[in-house]
Design a binder for this molecule. Structure first.
Ligand code: ADP
Ligand code: ADP
Ligand code: MG
Length: 671
């Protein structure tokens, strides 16, 4: 009886499995590490059990802790998700010993496919075409170099225990071979505890095309067509789609049959993926695809298959685990339209794709309509931690054909708004919009070839439109702060709380200074009766806008524009078209306050003229309350209370000139 399921994973895949289990009436049990106590998968499950400290090795990879949790919660089955323990035969065996159903293939099938060399030998025996190369036991450097020569350069050295693109080196000529071999072996030893390698011919114009397979306990095995995962960076998937562009019907049938044969050869059960590399130098051809490896688990990119077949693969997994036969026979599996998946990562394309961590201060994903599906495991306010994979969400789109699906993908990516950690939505949008991608002209070298176009230059300041939005965000958030302050004051109509640059008998002007990507810009803001005029680097612009719920609705020179805005102190993030523009407002007062710590006296950070003084001796003020406004460097700077306290003395009046370092207000804090 499978009536209660523990999910030995976290993040989006844990949430995704919980959704299907719940729909099937199965009780769900989450597990979590210290870092995940408040995570989405914990909140979603019917029950959650703590399994250890944040590092995965002490929690999500701890077999004993997970089995204890399963027993405590009375779970009758365990779904491993992907990654972590999903391809660990010891875990599958430990589940069986504990009398718990492991939702996955038998340990023997995992072992058969666990090492790439053994898997290739097995596939050769089953008459599945494999990439030509050497996958024997001799690991002598000279011997391997001779094999490489025989195969013909370029070759690919691969760790037999490898995964996630690690332990892999492309070698273009004999002179580079020995060094590349040594480095592949070192990397593999460190990552997988094993330095054994194999050597393959490096395909010309390689396309990664994989087949989703499924088998049950009753001798049935089917495939659910292919996924093309050729858009890769460093041998890791970035965009996946189904069906493969330009895939001839006969080739699909042949690859599908080869994959089913591979599954049958190892007594497979449940969901698996047989990965092939195709040489696409003459287009996709029946005689030019080769087995590379099999992943004995549910794949990250399984949703694209769900979108074109209308099937729920997690439901299939659970049914097979319960001993049922496969829900559909081969001829009844639909193939409808086209689907893409992109992986939204907390990483920064501009810094060579360094992972980016921190709190997701603003997170808006496109609405799930018009073929859009979102699989995520985080919410706004959650932390992207250093402990786990920095994936924020998978965005999946379906369309009647590739063109429609791709247009929907572009639109969906433009709706992504992320502030806090850096994100790759803009990069993904650039790929999706590239003419070669639109033509389906994909191969694993695509990103590298077009990198300069796909990753925008970083040494320039944001454009005038973004600068205008930043100015409006500054003005709007300042207005909101003043409203909050006024709400607590005796006189909400006091002119001191006006934030439109109000000045008796004058048109208000101020200069806002910004820094972004190391470049500086200044915008003179003129508050005229008719609205706000911005003097931008590229010219003047009439601007107005409303900021509500993190969305700025602006009118710039008669053009209506909306954007996501996050204000975090002096850091403003404007999110538009999938890009997050981070701009720091330069505030000398703030800088001076930081220098002074939160001391009692309010000191002029630079020479200037006091525009207004809002307090008198004896006033009680709260932290952050505006005390006075100083005009300096063409900018209005509000001097605020560094803490709750009492004004002891005010040394200057509005209109006075003050010197740098002058004590404007003496301020006492309660003991
Ligand atoms: P797939 O082959 O399923 O597309 P990848 O090869 O892209 O997966 O990912 C490599 C591995 O990284 C996954 O099999 C998994 O081990 C790990 N991984 C990726 N994302 C996550 C995640 N969110 N949680 C846990 N592990 C992950
Ligand atoms: P991993 O276990 O790291 O996923 P794979 O064997 O699946 O290793 O290969 C990962 C990626 O490396 C493939 O998706 C493909 O882009 C590239 N690759 C693998 N084998 C070849 C090959 N023989 N020629 C060209 N590219 C290859
Ligand atoms: Mg692979």
């Amino acid at each position: 009886m499978l009536d209660s399921l523990l999910i030995a994973n976290r993040g989006e895949i844990a949430c995704r499995v919980i959704r299907t289990a719940r729909a099937m009436g199965i009780r769900t049990v989450a597990v979590y590490s210290d870092a995940d106590a408040g995570a989405m998968h914990v909140a979603m499950a019917d029950e959650a059990v703590h399994i250890g400290p944040s590092p995965a090795a002490e929690s999500y990879l701890n077999i004993a802790a997970i089995l204890t949790a399963a027993k405590r919660a009375g779970a009758s089955a365990i779904h491993p998700g992907y990654g972590f323990l999903s391809e660990n035969p010891l875990f599958a065996e430990a589940c069986a010993e504990a009398g718990i159903i492991f939702v996955g293939p038998p340990a023997s099938a995992m072992r058969a496919m666990g090492a790439k060399d053994a898997a290739k030998r097995l596939m050769e025996q089953a008459n599945v075409p494999v990439v030509p190369g050497y996958h024997g036991d001799n690991q002598d450097t000279d011997f391997l170099a001779a094999q490489a020569e025989k195969i013909g350069f370029p070759v690919l050295i691969k760790a037999v225990a490898g995964g996630g693109g690690r332990g892999m080196r492309r070698v273009d000529n004999a002179g580079e071979f020995a060094a590349a071999l040594a480095s592949a072996m070192r990397e593999s030893k460190a990552a997988f505890g094993d330095d054994k390698v194999l050597i393959e011919r490096y395909m010309a114009k390689p396309r990664h095309i994989e087949i989703q397979v499924f088998a049950d306990n009753h001798g049935n095995a089917v495939h659910l067509y292919e996924r093309d995962c050729s858009i890769q960076r460093r041998h890791q998937k970035v965009i996946e789609e189904a069906p493969a562009p330009g895939m001839p019907r006969a080739m699909r049938d042949k690859m599908g049959a080869a994959a089913v044969q591979a599954a049958k050869a190892i007594g497979y059960r449940g969901a698996g993926t047989v990965e092939f590399i195709a040489d696409a130098s003459n287009g996709l051809r029946e005689d030019s695809f080769y087995f590379i490896e099999m992943n004995t688990r549910l794949q990250v990119e399984h949703p694209v298959t769900e979108m074109i077949t209308g099937q729920d693969l997690v439901e299939w997994q659970l049914r097979v685990a319960m001993g049922e036969t496969l829900p559909l026979v081969q001829s009844k599996i639909p193939l409808d339209g086209h689907a893409f998946e992109v992986r939204l990562y907390a990483e920064n394309p501009a810094t060579g794709f360094l992972p980016s961590t921190g709190k997701l201060r603003h997170l808006r994903l496109p609405a799930c309509e018009n073929g859009v599906r979102i699989d995520t495991g985080v919410r706004e306010g959650d932390e992207v931690s250093i402990f786990y994979d920095p994936m924020i969400a998978k965005l999946i789109v379906h369309g009647a054909d590739r063109t429609q699906a791709r247009k929907r993908l572009c639109a969906a990516l433009e709706a992504v708004q992320i502030a806090g950690p850096a994100g790759n939505a803009g990069f993904l949008r650039a790929i999706a919009g590239h003419p070669a991608f639109a033509d389906g002209d994909v191969d694993t070298g695509f990103i590298e070839r077009h990198l300069a176009l796909l990753v925008p230059a970083t040494d320039s300041l944001v454009d005038d439109t973004v600068l205008s939005l930043v100015c409006l965000a500054v003005l709007a958030s300042r207005a909101q702060a003043a409203c909050r302050a006024a709400a607590g004051s005796d006189d909400p109509f006091s002119p001191w709380y006006r934030t439109d640059g109000w000045r008796a008998n004058a048109v208000g002007r101020e200069t806002l200074r910004f820094m972004s990507n190391g470049a500086h810009a200044a915008v003179m803001v003129e508050h005229a009766p008719g609205g706000t005029l911005l003097h931008l680097p590229g010219g003047e612009m009439q601007a107005k806008g409303v900021l509500a719920d993190g969305q700025l609705t602006a009118e710039l020179g008669g053009r209506k524009i909306s954007a996501g805005v996050n204000v975090d102190g002096l850091r403003i993030t404007v999110m538009r078209a999938g890009h997050a523009h981070v701009v720091d407002v330069h505030d000398p007062v703030h800088d001076a306050e930081l220098d002074e710590g939160v001391g009692g006296d309010i000191i002029a950070p630079m020479p200037g003229k006091l525009i207004s003084v809002h307090v008198k001796a004896g006033d009680k003020v709260g932290k952050g309350d505006p005390l006075a406004v100083l005009e300096a460097m063409k900018m209005e700077n509000t001097l605020t209370a560094p803490a709750d306290g009492t004004v002891a003395e005010v040394n200057y009046a509005a209109g006075d000139q003050v010197d740098e370092g002058a004590i404007v207000i003496c301020f006492t804090r309660p003991e």
